[in-house]
Design a protein around this ligand. Structure first.
Ligand code: SF4
Length: 107
């Protein structure tokens, strides 16, 4: 694993400290970004019937692409619709139960 340059790490730490200070002093929290939330857009996966994983080159942003792939593969395959998700918000974030942003976005 490659280490980040020292300057990059220092800049990141300073930014985070500044954000925490602002939150404590002014009660202002920045909104989480899509990256922060580990946001995943909706996808259509072509997979073997009963399988869990998409076949190679079998993930599509739209249903049309998946349908074309399905037709090309012949029988024994199916399309799975995978809805958009915020993985961190839904499963991993320690404050997900009280997060105003999550509550707002869940409406
Ligand atoms: S639950 Fe709230 S704080 Fe946690 S990642 Fe989602 S938006 Fe961010």
């Amino acid at each position: 694993m490659e280490l980040l340059p020292r300057e990059t790490v220092q800049r990141w730490i300073k930014t985070r400290v500044r954000l925490h200070k602002k939150a404590i002093e002014k009660g202002i929290w920045p909104k989480c970004t899509e990256d922060d939330k580990w946001q995943r857009n909706s996808k259509f996966a072509v997979r073997k019937e009963g399988g869990k994983q998409a076949i190679k080159n079998g993930l599509f942003d739209d249903h049309k692409g998946a349908l074309e792939k399905l037709k090309a593969m012949g029988s024994g395959y199916e399309i799975e619709s995978r809805p958009a998700a915020r993985i961190r918000c839904e499963r991993f974030c320690n404050v997900r139960g009280i997060c105003p942003q999550k509550i707002q976005e869940d409406k």
